[in-house]
Ligand binder design. Structure first.
Ligand code: TXA
Ligand code: MG
Length: 338
């Protein structure tokens, strides 16, 4: 299959492919998604196949407006308040479904489904033109960093999906905050740009303890039990800025060549011959660049070890560190035991 890259002007062609049951990748403010008709189980099944995604990991239903949600799920009063406050935007809301309205393939057999109205106007137009919600898992092969640029989507899916709607790089860089409104109190299953501190004034206390979602328990967000965001090289997180000189000395002594993923100021400490990828200057740019950086090292296969910069895990830092920890399998540089 030839994968077509659609410009903004060609959006009607992309929508026609969605209507015809094909898979078209679409931009959002967070990461690119793999779109297909959410009301067509055969189309949704193609998304699982393209991603090599386990069948028990449900898909997000991406909508153009809250009215689209009402056809498939019960919008509780608190959920309505969240939609009013944060939609369109990077907040995915889990709601109880109206039985029989969504395919088991989309919901993974759950009685709930995740809904998201992205800030990207082009994608909302795509959904409106298609006249139906689209499934929207991140556009990456299962286990790999999510795609934040059309080139990432093509790297993973060229020849395997019908098209990509090109709107340049995404803005936030990590996926939406997922909040489970069927839990009491509501639970943040995945941290994102919208933080607990922003949600709580509207809906009261929320649970944020992701440790409850262990590999051996029934996971709250099925996707969280799987290996995620891992590049081919081993990522080692350097937590404290003061540890960088030691961490760099340690990395030189390892048998495998290393690279560094960090902000510009830290990169000034790194010898010129070492492959580096800049996270920019602060937490916002680091979050924007994180997945692109992890993917860049996969294109430089001589690097077997990546030293990566940590940020304080609060606010947007909670989302950044959640993804970085997963990509590293929670491996941190330890100045005492190295
Ligand atoms: O920013 C985003 O949310 C992107 C863009 C493309 O919209 N999409 C995205 O989708 O990250 P995905 O499928 O890669 O991640 C959705 C997460 C998964 O961890 C999945 O297990 C969880 O949400 N999820 C989906 N439906 C659920 C449900 N009914 N209950 C609990 N977790 C659910
Ligand atoms: Mg994903």
């Amino acid at each position: 299959m030839e994968t077509k890259v659609f410009s903004k002007e060609e959006i009607a062609d992309a929508a026609a492919l969605i209507k015809a049951g094909e898979v078209v990748a679409f931009p959002t403010e967070t990461v690119y998604g793999l779109g297909a008709d959410a009301t067509d189980p055969t189309a949704a099944e193609k998304v699982f196949q393209a991603k090599h995604r386990p069948a028990d990991n449900p898909l997000i239903v991406t909508v153009a407006d809250p009215a689209m949600v009402a056809k498939f799920a019960t919008i509780t009063p608190a959920a309505k308040q969240l939609m009013a406050a944060f939609w369109p935007g990077p907040l995915t809301i889990i709601l109880p479904i109206i039985p029989g309205k969504l395919s088991m393939i989309v919901t993974g057999g759950l009685q709930t489904a995740a809904f998201r109205m992205p800030a990207n106007a082009l994608t909302r137009e795509l959904i409106t033109l298609a006249g139906r919600p689209i499934v929207g898992p991140s556009a990456n092969l299962s286990g790999k960093p999510s795609g934040t640029r059309p080139a990432h989507v093509l790297h993973d899916f060229d020849g395997a999906i019908a098209g990509v709607l090109d709107d340049g790089p995404t803005q936030v860089g990590v996926e939406s905050t997922v909040i489970d409104m069927t839990a009491n109190p509501p639970a943040i299953l995945r941290p994102g740009e919208i933080t607990a501190a922003q949600l709580e004034p509207i809906i009261g206390p929320v649970q944020t303890d992701q440790h409850k979602v262990g590999a051996n328990e029934t996971p709250k967000a099925p996707g969280m039990k799987y290996k995620h965001y891992a590049p081919n090289a081993q990522v080692v997180i350097v937590d404290h800025p003061a540890d960088w000189p030691l961490a760099l000395q340690w990395a030189v002594k390892q048998s495998a060549p290393y690279g560094v993923l960090a902000t510009d100021e830290l990169l000034t400490q790194v010898p010129a011959a070492v492959p580096t990828y800049s996270l920019g200057e602060d937490l916002t740019s680091a979050t924007h660049n994180l997945f692109a950086g992890l993917r860049w090292f996969d294109l430089h296969p001589t690097v077997k070890l990546i030293l990566a910069e940590a940020f304080s895990p609060t606010g947007l830092g909670a989302a950044y560190m959640n993804r970085l920890n997963k990509s590293a399998g929670n491996t941190h540089f330890d100045r005492d035991t190295q």
